[in-house]
Write a protein that binds this ligand. Sequence first.
Ligand code: MHF
Ligand code: KIV
Ligand code: MG
Length: 243
Amino acid sequence: MVTAYDYPTAKLVDKAGVDMILVGDSLAMVVLGYPSTNQLSFEEMLIHVAAVARARPRAMIVGDMPFGSYEYSVNEAVRNAIEMVRVGAESVKIEGGSEMTDVVRGIVKAGIPVMGHLGLTPQKRHLLGGYRLRGKTPQEAKELIEDAKALEEAGVYSIVIEFVKKEVAKEITEKVNVPTICIGAGPHCSGQVLVIHDILGLSEIRPPFAKVYFDCSKAITEAVRKYVEEVKKGEFPNEEYSF
Ligand SMILES: Nc1nc(=O)c2c([nH]1)NC[C@@H]1CN(c3ccc(C(=O)N[C@@H](CCC(=O)O)C(=O)O)cc3)CN21
Ligand SMILES: CC(C)C(=O)C(=O)O
Ligand SMILES: [Mg+2]
């Protein structure tokens, strides 16, 4: 799984062969320039889910429920999940464990597959005390395993495990019967996910677990620098591009 937030990127990552495209709320930070994911509105998320859906990818589209769109009540969570599906999401992801089981049940009852998200849940970072590695103490490990079981029991079809000790992610993967999709939680998971801007070297804040596969930032700056230079020199547009 990889994130994508717009039409052309969705086309490109789908062509690369991913199984799932996550329209993550990381959109807030990597595309919209907000300081955290907490600033993203539900309306902004809908615009990006719709853009990805227009690419009609083969991969399944997972829409990340933004902060404030599923916490007030089960009713509001279901209403918003339905809105996500109306604009093109094929499943939704919500952050949280045992405390979110009623919301998971409600959304699944409405016919929408729900993906869970445990460990470092960025929307709750003030409560967790920052973007820190989770599952370091036996108590934290125990809670994560219990949360995973509670989510499975509530009906999630998969669980994202973010920035958790690899041994704990392994134990969760062994103890639940739904696939685990990990990010910064080691290799002993059913699948992996990364933020596309991290893969391409286009993010300012890059977590320690994100690998840059190709640094596009230099290529972009260089291409535009050349264009500026050619325009200033009067080399562009030349005959070929003039009509
Ligand atoms: N570009 C990007 N990639 C991501 O994977 C991502 C985002 N943005 N934004 C939303 C969350 C935030 N994530 C993050 C962000 C920072 C750290 C990080 O630097 N952790 C430090 C400690 C920082 C602290 O103590 O607050 C570490 O070394 O553990 C980890 C995960 C993962 N998610
Ligand atoms: C990193 C993934 C799991 C995510 O939630 C996001 O991109 O918002
Ligand atoms: Mg997210």
